[in-house]
Design a protein around this ligand. Structure first.
Ligand code: SF4
Length: 298
């Protein structure tokens, strides 16, 4: 755990990123300290929150028996054509809160008995989250922090989270940058995503569970299998096995359905087939990646 003085310094450094915004790799350069909301993520000075609640639908070591204390942030630094949460990520559904109010929500989740604080889509509000965490910690907040992200992260921002985030739960969405641009408007996604995963692993290591099977720290990768092989499962599993660790935990997700603008695209306008998901499972096996979870297709 980092000291109070170090935490204050990190908060100050994080807020400096907002001035000509470079909180994420897009580096839009807008002044979010002046509440300008013209960057890619349309976010300003204060965090916007869509929901706060104990959540029981995450992977077993995250949800446990008492639920994961989830705070769902509005807006996103990706624009996935198939986003299943598009009213929140793309249409701005949510309520603006001050960091102090966000701190109260963190404490409330702890009071509900949740196993952890699960920050969903936190990237574009990282500085405000750090500030809220500082306030909450002064009031006794001490849950493990889960950083549940798209994995499109700036290394400079991630380094400010070292010793603060306990569990990183990033997506690995694509191996092919052209597809990342086409379906998520995310240039250089593969390179940026892989650099972020390396940094997360450097900070947190492999997933560590307590005696009850609850995650205490580490890295948990999420990979959503897209139709037509668009998610580049082979490249991602090869990278994880060769550059991260064969012991890394992976959640291989079959839950894709065509939402938002997916119906406008030929390839992603359907669910995945059993064969596509089985092929993704086989690839994991081929690379000796045995830790994690697979889902039933239905
Ligand atoms: S956090 Fe938002 S405004 Fe800042 S660089 Fe990223 S997309 Fe742009």
């Amino acid at each position: 755990m980092i000291s109070d003085v170090e935490l204050q310094l990190r908060i100050e450094s994080a807020y400096r990123l907002l001035e000509k915004c470079r909180v994420c790799p897009r580096e839009c350069g807008v002044n979010r300290l002046k509440d300008e909301k013209t960057g890619f993520c349309r976010s300003g000075l204060n965090p916007v929150i869509s929901s706060v609640s104990p959540h029981h639908g995450e992977e077993p070591p995250i949800s446990g028996t008492k639920g994961s204390g989830t705070i769902f942030f509005t807006n996103c630094n990706l624009k996935c054509e198939y986003c299943q949460n598009y009213p929140i990520s793309q249409m701005g559904n949510g309520v603006e809160r001050s960091p102090g109010e966000l701190a109260c929500q963190m404490i409330w989740l702890q009071e509900q008995g949740c196993h952890n604080l699960n920050l969903v889509t936190p990237t574009h509000f990282m500085p405000q989250i750090l500030k809220a965490f500082g306030i909450a910690r002064e009031r006794g907040f001490d849950l493990p922090i889960v950083y549940n992200t798209s994995g499109y992260e700036s290394l400079e921002a991630l380094k400010l989270l070292d010793g603060i985030v306990d569990i990183y739960m990033p997506d690995m969405r694509y191996s092919d940058d052209r597809l990342a641009v086409k379906y998520s408007a995310a240039p250089h996604y593969a390179e940026i995503n892989r650099a972020a995963i390396r940094e997360m692993y450097r900070q947190a290591g492999n997933l560590v569970l307590d005696g009850n099977g609850i995650a205490k720290k580490g890295l948990l990768i999420r990979h959503l299998v897209l139709p037509g092989g668009l998610s580049g499962t082979g490249g991602i599993m090869k990278f994880l096995a060769e550059k991260i660790s064969k012991d890394v935990y992976i959640s291989l997700m079959s839950q894709y359905f065509p939402a938002f603008k997916a119906t406008e695209h030929e390839v992603i306008n359907r669910r995945i087939t059993a064969e596509e998901y089985e092929e993704a499972c086989r690839i994991m096996e081929k690379y000796g990646l045995e830790n994690g979870w697979i889902q039933n297709l239905d």
